[in-house]
Structure formats: C-alpha cells, structure tokens
Ligand binder design. Sequence first.
Ligand code: 5GP
Ligand code: MN
Length: 327
Amino acid sequence: MTGADWADAVAAVSGLPASAPVLLACHVNPDGDALGSMLAFGLGLRRLGYRAVQASFPEPFEVTEPFLGLPGLDLLVPPAEAVAEPALFVCFDASSADRLGALAGRLAAPSVVVDHHASNTRFGKINLVDPAAAATTVLVAGLLDRLGVPLDRAIAECLYVGLVTDTGSFRYEATTPAVHELAARLVATGIDVGTLSRRLFDTRPYAAVRLLAEAVGRTVLEPSAARGLGLAWTYATVDDLARYGQRPYALEPLVDSVRAVAEADVAAVFKQVGPDGWAVSLRSRGGTDVSRVAVALGGGGHRLAAGFTGYGSLDRVLDALRTVLDG
Ligand code: 5GP
Ligand code: MN
C-alpha cells in the first residue's frame, strides 16, 4: 500500500458533495473489527457533514449481543434497503467480494476496499489493503486522520472494539508499538475499557457456557495430522444450538479453547450452518499458514487465523481439511 493509495481514498471521499449517497458495508456475520471499522467510518463521515450515509451487511441482518451498545448503529439499514447506486461504496474487513453477499452488486459504483486480510483479492477500484495491519480499524483510524476527523469518544469506542477483537486483546503478533499508540489515543477519549471488554469477551448466558463446555469436551487430537504438527478439532451442530437455545454467535469463543491444545499446531472448529454446511474456523500456533489452507478450500483469512465454509457431512469436510493440511 502506497501514499498514492491513501491519497486516492481521501480524494474519493473529499470530492463528494455533502448530500451524496454513501454506502458502507462489511462482511457477512460481522465481528468486532468489521462492524467497528464500518461504524467508526460512518460516524466520521457524519462529523464531516455527509448527510446520506448508510451502513449495511449481508443477511442474516442481525447485530449480535456484544455489539448492541455500539455508537453509530443508527447508520445501519438492512441490505434490501441499501441505496442502489451510491456515489461511493466503501467496504470493510471483507477479503473478497463474495463476503458482501448481495451488496457486492454495489461494486459497480466508485469503491474503496479497506481491509487487512492476506488473502484479499483487491476487488475495489481503490484498495487500502495492508496485511500487516493488526485490524481493519487501524486502517480506518489512518483514513479518518487523513480526512481531518477528530477522534471523539463514539468513534474511538468503535475503533477500540475492532482493535481489541482482532488483536485478541493485544496478544497476537501484529500488536506493534503503533497498535498500542493507537489504543492509547482511543482510551484517552474516555471510553470505558473494562465495561467494553466484559461485554465483548466475558459475558454469556449460562446455557452458552454449558454448550461451550460440551463442545470443548469432545475435542479430538490428531497428532500426526498437518504433516505431523498436529490437529485439534471439535464441532457444534444446529441441534446443539437448539438444545441450549443459543444463536450461532454463542460458538465464537469455542476456537479459543481448542487452539490452546499444546500438542496441535492447527485448531479447527466446525460449526454447522445448515443441513449440509459447516463454517470452519482455523487457527495455527505458527507452523502452518491457515490462510493458504482456507483459500484452497474456498475461504480466506490471515496466516494464523482463517476460515472457510465446507459442504457435505462433517467427515467429508474434515477429510478435505486433513488433505489440504498434509499437502
Ligand atoms: P473466524 O474463525 O473468527 O470466523 O475467522 C477467522 C478469520 O478468517 C477472519 O479474518 C475471517 O474474516 C476469516 N474467515 C472466516 N471464515 C471465512 C470464510 O468463509 N471466507 C473467507 N474469505 N474468510 C473467512
Ligand atoms: Mn479484521
């Protein structure tokens, strides 16, 4: 990413009249970085005086519990109500156009892709894509700075949610001095870090705790998988969710338990998403490029955290994964 890319992105925004319809989007099933970066940018555009800003993401159009208190949620519209021909389309944390569902059609408009996935296909007219960035929110903070938007508390809260989510609470490799410097700026606006963290990471219904325990309890270790580096995996079915009365997002923390298995370089969690589909989360302790693995299986992500959706029985999807891990 060059200075020219930044300049192009700034020009794409600042060339717009205040009444121009601007559509923001992020990837399907948005996480903290997707939602946080999109809402922070939307709030920033408002601060600049843009009056027709919408934000959306693909169906299922549902903001999950941890994000319900975020500033800027009033920018959200269901994808069916998103403006058909925006003057500018900006999308966040999406590694490829298919992650935008039906909103991918808006790529016919002038577009800016803001993302940090190694597997990003650079599908925008302007691409602010930096795989070294710890989170998409880092890039959004850079863009807001260049547009002259002051960091207020609401914007900071959205940016912080993305930063703390994608760095695993400042634990992962991409947590550079610049990440902590950005965090310091955000915290200095007065955001309530303790309350935010508790809501994001440490609050779930009793039934969800029991569901997670059941799924963690059936973790399988395959020491010879992944070229002998080891694979630990578990799964959760639609029926598991129904028995505990939980929504799919209740399974998000599952992979963090499985990735702790010391004897396995690769962790995989298979989350059933229909009679025949499995959303698979992959993590590596460092010896495997799971982004490459996920791309080979139709998905994407980062070197140490990636995912894909597999079709067929669990055994079949598991076998496909084993094969790629051995390849
Ligand atoms: P998670 O396992 O937390 O859902 O996702 C880990 C990483 O992999 C995230 O960066 C996410 O964007 C990416 N990822 C997860 N599932 C998919 C998928 O089906 N397709 C693509 N392209 N990326 C995915
Ligand atoms: Mn991200």
